[in-house]
Design a protein around this ligand. Structure first.
Ligand SMILES: Cc1ncc(C[n+]2csc(CCOP(=O)(O)OP(=O)(O)O)c2C)c(N)n1
Ligand SMILES: CC(=O)[C@@H](O)[C@H](O)COP(=O)(O)O
Ligand SMILES: [Mg+2]
Length: 661
């Protein structure tokens, strides 16, 4: 059979295909996904599991008029292939290339693009209400994973959807996994339903026989139709959904094209809120993914398509250091417990869970619940450590503020993927935590710059029993330790000229230290004296910053977080209280949604590089200190000297020769 994939230009073409052509297309798509994603990296497992489901949806529903929404969106590659974007996969998740999630800029078939889980049902509810108000009632389809279904917003939406007569079609893509097996009562309920995948097929056979039976057949089928509810209750107790007022169809074999299309046809015909329970397998059709027990190749970088083995080296990572340190702490303190929101291994809690199975809790994709549940644990005498990706804390701000902060609960939140994360696009950058959390009364926030300060910082957080504490670090590779030249009042001085006052105090937040030091080298070459410090704690602001600022002409902060109300803003406000005339400048991430691309590319685009930091710092110093960049070499200002003697720790000065750009 000649390629079907190559002659596919849009969903309408799907409806002309024969059963055999569809089956062949599914094979071609799987082969395409493995070939492309093996080169670019991405979410292979989820998409291999959604091939037949997505094909069936586009054959039964008329996208984009009848919207098809993907919760989280990481499983929408097949949808993209079907909707004319096959040729873009060589640039998947790359700057100016195809997004790894739905993107309204890419296609009219993409209605939503937030990669935070558990939102699709709410969007669907809203759209269905809008179509109603506009007198343009039509089905809205939301594909939601069993993992996403553990998120609270789903149940808020279900409450609204089930209570209406609007045609919202909820397609549960149930593969039993988030990254690891999905947890909780809902998962058990779905698992119970999954055990009977033959249910729909059995029903089809009965229906077919009865329809062929003249006279008694049809009325008997109607009777059976009523009985079907009973049969299902017998075969698949699914009262949960039907008691909510949702019609339940399933469980359907999520890889049986005909069964899927039949079920979606029933759902479309029903014309009201309906849930179709599709049982799929993550990684289906590609043995390395099916056999990858950790997460069925849920996500990740480039890999060998023959074996599925990752091509990226393990190497040191912030996550691995946290993973090691939390186990160490867990051995010393039996009050330390850990919480993950369905990301046990990605956030580095796998080792802790293995050593302390009774002290590690996976709450599902339920960050809000994680925070308040942790507050409950703290109230009962434990010290919980919640490990999240920074961006996913956004939705749990009120819980952190009120349920933890107001209650002065000793809860530690460890934020991985803080700062620019790059390839996962706008909604995955961990860029809002410093700006968001600084307003929580009593909160303690630390940003380590290396392994040593991560370990120390975590231990210090665990010693805070009467307030929330937060420790945050990035996705980027973990470099060598950056020792301090000296410390003053808890503030680490990383580099300074040999003598006293300086033109510029450069405050580096957390993992920006290496870039800040590289920038300082450039600044010194421009003839300015500069002291680089790491305050270690963003809040409470270390008082020693005041004296350091008093000894500088200008103060510049650099952080991997939004620059409005970020750490720099807080330092500036603190310093102004002590010295109203202090000149401060903040360098960080602009208040924008950043397009996907490699971390280095995104940082370069926003000037968060040694070159960008030094340029903006020098411009600011020149403007305030009254010296043009050219004559900056003349020294003057708070300190002078031809060029600048620039003291860092010995090993550091060797390294700064090879400064990152
Ligand atoms: C609020 C939020 N928390 C965590 C994540 C990280 N995350 C991305 S996909 C995923 C698992 C999703 O499982 P499921 O919905 O079952 O989809 P599947 O990958 O199985 O198709 C998680 C936890 C996220 N995207 N959003
Ligand atoms: C959708 C999803 O799974 C995200 O949470 C993201 O892909 C995580 O990626 P990293 O773990 O590579 O940062
Ligand atoms: Mg799943």
């Amino acid at each position: 059979m000649s390629s079907v994939l190559n002659r596919l230009s849009g969903p309408a073409d799907l409806r002309q295909l024969s059963t055999d052509e569809l089956a062949f297309l599914a094979i071609e798509i799987r082969d395409f996904l493995v070939r492309k994603v093996s080169r670019t990296g991405g979410h292979l497992g989820p998409n291999l599991g959604a091939v037949e489901l997505t094909l069936a949806l586009h054959r039964v529903f008329d996208s984009p008029t009848e919207p098809i929404l993907f919760d989280t969106g990481h499983q929408s590659y097949v949808h993209k292939i079907i909707t004319g974007r096959r040729d873009g996969f060589d640039g998947l998740r790359q700057a100016d290339g195809l997004s790894g999630y739905p993107s309204r800029a890419e296609s009219e078939h993409d209605w939503i693009e937030n990669s935070h889980a558990s939102t699709a049902l709410s969007y669907a509810d809203g759209m269905a209400k809008a179509f109603d108000v506009r007198g343009a009632r039509r089905p809205v389809v939301a594909v939601v994973g069993d993992g996403a279904l553990t998120g609270g917003m789903c149940w808020e939406a279900l409450n609204n959807i089930a209570g209406s007569d609007r045609p919202v079609v909820i397609v549960v893509n149930d593969n039993g996994r988030s990254y690891s097996p999905t947890i909780g009562g809902l998962a058990n309920q779905l698992a119970g339903l999954r055990l009977r995948p033959g249910y729909e097929r059995m029903l089809q056979n009965v229906k077919g026989t009865l329809e062929r039976t003249p006279l008694v057949g049809p009325p008997l089928y109607d009777a059976l139709h009523g009985f079907k509810r009973g049969v299902k209750d017998l075969l698949a107790p699914q009262g949960m959904f039907e008691d909510l007022g949702l019609k339940y169809i399933g469980p359907v074999d999520g890889h049986d094209q005909a069964a899927l299309e039949h079920a979606f046809g029933l759902a479309r015909q029903f014309g009201g809120p309906v849930l179709v329970h599709c049982v799929t397998r993550k990684g289906y059709g590609y043995a390395p993914a099916e056999n990858h027990l950790a997460d069925h190749m849920h996500g990740g970088g480039a890999f060998d398509p023959e074996t599925g083995v990752s091509l990226s080296s393990g190497g040191r990572s912030w996550t691995k250091v946290f993973s090691d340190e939390i186990v160490r702490q867990g051995r010393e303190r039996d009050d330390v417990v850990a919480i993950t929101a369905a990301m046990l291994d990605p956030v580095g809690l796998g080792a802790f869970a293995e050593e302390f199975p009774s002290r590690c809790f996976d709450v599902g994709i339920a960050e809000q619940h994680a925070l308040t549940s942790a507050a409950g644990m703290a109230a009962a005498g434990l010290h919980p450590v919640i490990a999240l990706y920074a961006t996913f804390l956004n939705r749990a701000f009120d819980q952190l503020l009120m349920d933890v902060g107001l209650h002065r609960a000793g809860v530690t939140v460890v934020l991985d993927r803080a700062g620019v994360t790059g390839e996962d696009g706008a909604s995955h950058n961990g860029m809002w935590d410093l700006a968001m959390l600084g307003i929580v009364p009593g909160i303690h926030i630390t940003a380590p710059r290396d392994e040593q300060t991560l370990r120390t910082g975590l231990a210090q957080c665990l010693d805070i029993a009467d307030a929330p504490s937060v420790l945050r670090y990035p996705k980027t590779a973990l470099g060598p330790d950056i020792p301090a030249v000296r410390s003053t009042g808890g503030v680490d001085v990383l580099a300074e000229p040999d003598s006293g006052p300086v033109d510029i105090l450069l405050i580096s937040v957390g993992a920006m230290a290496a870039d800040a030091l590289a920038a300082a080298g450039r600044i010194a070459e421009a003839g300015y004296t500069v002291r680089v410090v790491d305050p270690r704690w963003v809040t409470p602001v270390p008082p020693a910053l005041s004296a350091l600022a008093a000894d500088a002409g200008v103060v510049v902060t650099v952080e991997d977080g939004v620059v409005v109300n970020g750490a720099g803003s807080r330092f500036a406000q603190f310093l102004r209280e002590g010295s109203p005339t202090v000149h401060t400048r903040e360098i960080g991430i602009p208040v924008e949604f950043l397009d996907h691309g490699k971390v280095a590319e995104v940082r370069a685009a926003i000037g968060l590089t040694p070159r960008g930091i030094s340029r903006r710092t020098i411009e600011f110093a020149a403007a305030v200190l009254g010296r043009g960049i050219a004559d900056g070499k003349a020294g003057g200002g708070a300190a002078s000297g031809e060029g600048t003697v620039f003291t860092t720790s010995p090993e550091l000065s060797r390294r700064s020769e090879h400064r990152p750009d």
